[in-house]
Design a protein around this ligand. Structure first.
Ligand code: UGA
Length: 435
């Protein structure tokens, strides 16, 4: 099929490359000419495992192109809208400017039978309005809402073999369903479940899923707060409740909490939309979820203070990890970067490192002292803070690592190290939610 993807951010680039991998002919469009130049040269504009290889393979087929010229989408029968919906400055609501602009720019290019497919995360009710705009334009094109559930770090796999496909369609739009089935033929043949529903449900599935995941993380972090007050161990608690299949162990890792470009802004946008709809009470708990999450960052800084003797002023702190999660260079709303900045504000001398996210962090906060490796960060440090659980940090040898630091004190912000191994190598080990 001939497919266009509007918006070459995280979602759009991965989607475009994966659609090519599935055999389609794809044009990716973005207004950012630097980004398009990189992509046209086969270079991913961000770090995502497997993407560089996939992109170069896709470009070699000759079926994947990138352009800033929207008129190049004409002739495509499916147009994915994959632009960002960031949090509006000064408000909790989502900024829909880019989605509206993408649809407006598509209108003159659309032909009868074309399907515009929304992938961006939007407040419930948005798709209905966009469908009306497309209908009123009179091209004969229609809209489907097909939310995306990919996780950074697993984006390629999640796109090629998703857990489920959700199609939000106008009632009786069998043609739209048929088109999406053709796009996703391989995943469907492989047994991926499909939910065909209305626009509002499809939009809600996306934010409800992210709200649930955020709630699960904040639940276990709330238990960590209680564990800290009682001497209990939140990681054992998570293991024990996780054995109950109704609860499940995944997404019960207590620590610094959630960040990134999705969970934090999505729960806030969801609350803002519920307020507009007059059902804000239904989601007030998400405000607590957000607050629990932010309290973990404060707690980490307090713990660092405690470990270095009460004040961070003049203390040398090594920070391992800046990305919001491992296998990503994304620092949007990153708990690790936030803690780093708070440490600096408290007077600490921080040396920070990350296997992939130093450059993305530097672009936002150029004044932080970034270094290339864990050993560089730790040299002479009064304490080491592990803030993103990259494999290379989880695999650190406590004995060898202990030789470079000033004081063998480690704070495990992600509960990812073995306290016994670190303590027996002479370290003082502290973690969130553990004695
Ligand atoms: C999230 C969802 O998991 C995806 O399904 C969704 O498609 C995506 O948002 C989106 O809306 O685009 P992502 O932001 O890549 O994906 O990251 P997650 O794997 O969900 O992790 C989010 C944050 O939660 C990270 O900061 C991570 O460190 C933290 N986390 C995760 C925990 O603190 N504890 C856990 O047990 C799991």
């Amino acid at each position: 099929m001939k497919i266009s993807v509007i918006g070459c951010g995280y979602l759009g680039v991965v989607h475009a490359a994966c659609m090519t991998e599935l055999g389609h002919e794809v044009i990716g469009i973005d207004v950012d000419s630097d980004r398009i130049a990189l992509l046209a040269a086969g270079t991913p504009p961000f770090f995502e495992p497997g993407l560089a290889e996939l992109l170069s393979r896709s470009m070699q087929t000759g079926r994947l192109r990138f352009s800033t010229d929207i008129s190049e989408v004409s002739g495509s029968e499916v147009h994915f809208v994959a632009v960002g919906t960031p949090q509006l400055a000064g408000s909790d609501a989502a900024d829909l400017r880019f989605v509206r602009a993408a649809v407006d720019s598509l209108l003159p290019q659309l032909a009868a039978g074309d399907l515009v497919v929304g992938k961006s995360t939007v407040p419930v009710g948005t798709a209905r309005g966009l469908a009306d705009v497309i209908t009123a334009h009179g091209s004969g094109a229609t809209l489907a809402w097909n939310p995306e559930f990919l996780r950074e770090g697993f984006a390629v796999k999640d796109t090629l073999a998703p857990d489920r496909l959700v199609y939000g369609l106008d009632p009786g739009d069998g043609r739209g369903e048929g088109t999406l089935d053709a796009v996703y033929a391989r995943a469907l043949a492989g047994g991926t479940p499909k939910v065909v529903t209305d626009f509002a449900t499809a939009e809600l599935v996306k934010v409800a899923a992210n709200a649930f995941l955020a709630t699960k993380i904040s639940f276990i972090n709330a238990m960590a707060e209680v564990a800290e007050a009682t001497g209990a161990d939140v990681t054992q608690l998570a293991d024990a409740i996780g054995y109950d299949a109704r609860i499940g162990r995944r997404f019960l890792n207590a620590g610094l909490g959630f960040g990134g470009g999705c969970l934090p802004k999505d729960i806030r946008g969801f609350m803002a939309r519920a307020k507009e709809l007059g059902v804000d009470q239904a989601l007030t708990f998400l405000g607590e979820v957000d607050q629990i999450n932010n309290r973990r960052r404060e707690r980490m800084v307090d713990l660092a203070k405690e470990v270095v003797g009460g004040s961070l002023a003049g203390k040398r702190i090594a920070v391992l990890g800046l990305a919001f999660k491992p296998d990503s260079d994304d620092v949007r709303d990153s708990p690790a970067l936030d803690v780093t900045l708070r440490l600096i504000e408290s007077g600490a001398t921080v040396r920070a490192t990350d296997p992939q996210a130093v450059e993305t962090a530097r672009r936002r906060f150029p004044d932080v002292d970034y270094v290339a490796s864990a050993a560089d960060a730790a040299e002479g440090a009064d304490a080491v803070l592990l803030l993103t659980e990259w494999r290379e940090y989880r695999d650190l040898d406590p004995a060898a690592f202990g030789e470079v630091v000033g004081t063998t004190a480690i704070l495990d912000g992600r509960n990812c190290l073995d306290p016994v191994a670190w303590r027996s190598a002479g370290w003082s080990y502290r973690a969130l939610g553990r004695p």
